[in-house]
Design a protein around this ligand. Structure first.
Ligand code: NAD
Length: 495
């Protein structure tokens, strides 16, 4: 394992807690079109990052529960893939419409699970709905091709569903991340079992319920709740699962990649990042500052694409830093910025404050827990950071950024690419030729020019290097959720 990623492993903690008898909502599996408990797994508690109040009790899924869910998905498979694609598309559109009609409920569930405000989670939920609208309209877009071998042959390719797709999601944008995989998987004729994060499961279970209410046949979309170590592992190792779509940390992604390679099944891995946000001297500095702050404070920095390495051209570095620190001072934990969603993540961010100090980075803002109840961290900025420092290299997954000056395009490219990750890179410039030149040289899956945080369901998204494998979103997702078959038919006369 590279030094960049070591700290993540040391924070893989369990959330095992004692069962409770309170009347907090019970969140559990959705299998075969109905709620389902667990015969043996018991329950555990999700507590709010705001005040430690009990949010829900979660059914702790077991390998047996995963068996039942996969069996349900397998039994619905032949029927679902045989349906005319246009009809599958209409069904996805109906799910999108019911999600829209239920948006307040979905936002409220996700807000309670994450501690964010309803308004703060709304953008991610709107995009979750758009995944169903978009892929519902694309069901006929992925065609095979006809290949010429001369008049004696008729040769063509088909794109076919894999069968059961196992989807495993993290806690930072739960419904959005589930919808991003579920919608294209269903559009292409697969059936699905989702294992959402144990910390934020309720909106994903609600999605499955709404899908059933919208007419999705039983068994086509199932959810098993529980921990990664038990339900997650059982799902990715299940012989009935033919494709795994995972979003989460690099450490877990590697484990899932190993499990998939043992069974020789494909994986889509959407992992972490340490994204560079590159500001050239010719940029609209005010726009760049406002966006750069949002790029590492939105969802308190708990986004995989967070622009946590702000690279600024030397000529404007001083002015940019002054403007940025001004803007950072207006970000208020608990008002304009939400909490850290899990307790282990809250502790991990504080570890990074100690690491950055020991490594000699200069603290310019924040660097501490906010003085208010709840798991809030002050937005934090470091300067005088060198490329060897862990704060420069490792994903913090909190509202923490470093500012580093550079001279010219070549140095910007070298510094941006000096990372084990390669998810996205931002760039601020008014020079279009430079923007295109740079876009070709950056080792990332997505380059964002003069914007950073747009959520565009139509645009392929995924990582290079340790940030992942495969692509979600856009037409690319249709290819990743289907496998190609070629049919070679000899039609020569006289056979
Ligand atoms: P995580 O890897 O700890 O957990 C993600 C999911 O995997 C959870 O549902 C968990 O229960 C499950 N899991 C854990 N161990 C497992 C195992 N051995 N087998 C099967 N499933 C297992 O990640 P997290 O802490 O929930 O999320 C934070 C990470 O996710 C960050 O690194 C972030 O960058 C990444 N992320 C990436 C994207 C992206 O699109 N690239 C989006 C959001 C988050």
């Amino acid at each position: 394992m590279s030094a960049d990623l070591q700290v993540e492993e040391s924070h893989m903690t369990s959330i095992d807690v004692a069962p409770t008898t309170t009347s907090a909502p019970l969140v559990g599996h959705w299998i075969g079109g109905a709620e389902a408990g667990s015969a043996t797994g018991g329950l555990f508690e999700r507590r709010s990052p705001l005040d430690d109040e009990l949010v829900y009790r979660l059914v702790r899924g077991t390998a047996e529960d995963v068996d039942v869910a996969v069996a349900s998905a397998l039994s619905a498979g032949a029927m679902w893939r045989a349906i005319r694609p246009m009809e599958r598309g209409r069904q996805l559109q109906r799910i999108g419409r019911l999600m829209s009609a239920s948006i307040e409920e979905l936002c409220a569930l996700e807000a309670a699970d994450t501690g964010r405000t309803v308004e703060d989670v709304r953008g991610g939920i709107v995009s979750a709905i758009e995944f169903f609208e978009y892929f519902g309209g694309l069901v006929n877009a992925e065609h095979g091709e006809v290949i010429s071998l001369g008049d004696d042959y008729h040769v063509y390719t088909r794109r076919e569903p894999y069968g059961v797709v196992g989807v495993v999601t993290p806690w930072n944008g739960p419904l959005n991340q589930a919808a991003r995989a579920v919608a294209p998987a269903l559009a292409t004729g697969n059936t699905v079992v989702v294992k959402p994060s144990e910390f934020t499961s309720s909106s994903t279970v609600a999605l499955a319920r709404l899908a059933t209410e919208a007419g999705l046949p039983d068994g086509v979309l199932n959810v098993v709740t529980g921990t990664g170590a038990v339900a997650g592992e059982a799902l990715v190792n299940h012989a009935g699962v033919s494709l795994i779509a995972f979003t989460g940390s690099v450490v877990t992604g590697r484990a899932i990649g190993r499990a998939a390679s043992d069974r020789v099944v494909p994986v889509i891995l959407e992992l972490g990042g340490k994204s560079a946000n590159i500001v050239f001297a010719d940029a609209d500095l005010e726009a760049a500052v406002a966006s750069a702050v949002r790029a590492f404070t939105y969802n308190a920095g708990q986004i995989c694409i967070a622009g946590s390495r702000i690279l600024v051209e030397k000529e404007v570095a001083e002015e940019f830093t002054r403007l940025l620190l001004n803007e950072v001072a207006s970000v208020r934990p608990g008002e304009s910025m939400g909490p850290i969603i899990t307790t282990s993540q809250f502790e991990k961010i504080q570890d990074y404050f100690r690491i950055a100090e020991a490594d000699g980075a200069l603290l310019r803002a924040g660097g501490r827990v906010a003085t208010r109840p709840g798991q809030f961290i002050e937005p934090t900025v470091y300067s005088d950071v060198t490329s060897e420092m862990r704060i420069y290299r490792e994903e913090v997954f909190g509202p923490v950024a470093c500012i580093v000056p550079f001279s010219g395009e070549d140095e910007a490219v070298r510094m941006a690419n000096d990372s084990a990750y390669g998810l996205v890179a931002g760039m601020w410039t008014s020079n279009l030729q430079r923007a295109h030149r740079m876009a070709g040289r950056l080792e990332v899956g997505q380059v964002l020019v003069n914007e950073f945080l747009g959520e565009h369901v139509e645009v392929p998204f995924g990582g290079q290097k340790s940030s992942g494998l495969g692509r979600e979103k856009g037409m690319s997702a249709l290819r990743h959720y289907t496998q190609e078959k070629s049919v070679v038919m000899r039609i020569a006369a006289g056979q």
